[in-house]
Write a new protein. Structure first.
Length: 295
């Protein structure tokens, strides 16, 4: 605002100076009287300043409105994606306590993709990093599949408790286990990460992982290292021959770089990207000619 005012004043003074020079030149040539013209000059200067100020104000208003409109469109885009996905997921969400999504949960369109992968692949063992609505959807689908167990880990004991309560409420406790896994510092290469301290016996009980859902831990703003990077190097050995890795939030620069790093660190993985609201990347092992991966 002060900047606008200063610019307007400068413009006014500039206009007055220019007008003054022209008028003085005119007066010197005897074309007009200086005394008669100065009020006109002042009016011109004030008008120029006003026009400039109005232009700035209108531009600011338009920028503001554009920003608000963009935010609204983004919200509508998210809502439409959510609803679209939830409609496709209806058979698995009707019984869920609402709201099932929103906030930090997988958006409806990403959850619908996850459901499709789970229905098609019928995994025997699923590991989920970051519990919530996705835990309940996965549990319902495993129940429908008639096979498969889900181990869901969460660093936040209150959040884990809440998910557990919903798991019990929906009668999914025989299919789903939610475990507390507080974050613990691990060092990979030269970088340290806060990573889930998953009880080893839980992973042993689960067996080779067919589906790994990477949706946690949350990215801490203060930490430039990618919070979810350790998932692949630390769990790689536990993945089954057919494993699929489902990465949520894949449209974020950090997640897409993470997938690129993973695939550059170990050859033999394909990644498919899906343009859902937050983006999804599905990583699968590249089929080797003549070798079946269905061990
Ligand atoms: C991205 S969320 C996981 C969401 C989960 N996979 C789902 O689809 O519902 C990652 C972690 O953030 C935490 N979290 C989830 N919702 C939250 C919320 N609304 N506010 C703060 N933390 C949340 C939980 O500890 C969760 O494990």
């Amino acid at each position: 605002m002060e900047q606008h005012l200063a610019r307007s004043l400068l413009l006014g003074v500039g206009a007055a100076a220019a007008g003054g020079s022209i008028t003085a030149a005119g007066a010197a040539l005897g074309l007009t009287s200086f005394e008669a013209v100065w009020p006109v000059l002042t009016t011109c200067a004030v008008a120029a300043a006003l026009v400039h100020n109005t232009k700035q104000a209108v531009t600011g208003l338009v920028d503001n409105r554009t920003h608000t409109l963009r935010n609204r469109i983004e919200r509508i885009r998210r809502d439409v994606g959510d609803v679209h996905g939830l409609v496709r997921l209806a058979p698995y969400t009707l019984e869920l306590p609402l709201p099932v999504g929103g906030g930090w949960a997988l958006t409806g369109d990403s959850a619908a993709l996850l459901a499709r992968e789970t229905l098609e692949r019928k995994p025997a063992a699923v590991l989920e990093l970051g519990s919530g609505a996705s835990t309940l959807i996965l549990g319902q689908i495993l129940r429908k599949n008639g096979r498969g167990r889900l181990l869901s880990v969460d660093h936040d004991p209150m959040w884990a408790d809440q998910t557990r309560r919903y798991v019990d409420l929906l009668g999914l406790a025989d299919v789903v286990t939610v475990v507390d896994a507080p974050l613990k510092s691990v060092t990979l290469g030269n970088q340290s990460y806060d990573w889930y301290d998953i009880p080893t016996h839980r992973l042993d009980e689960l067996g080779p992982i067919d589906l790994l859902l990477v949706d946690g831990p949350p990215q801490m703003r203060a930490n430039p290292a990618h919070a979810r990077y350790p998932a692949f190097p630390l769990l790689r050995e536990r993945l089954s021959a057919n494993a699929v890795i489902f990465v949520d939030d894949a449209s974020r620069a950090t997640e897409s770089r993470m997938v690129e790093t993973w695939t550059s660190e170990e050859a033999g993985w394909d990644s498919r990207w899906f343009d859902t609201i937050d983006g999804v990347c599905v990583m699968t092992k590249t089929p080797v000619a003549g070798v079946r991966n269905d061990a």
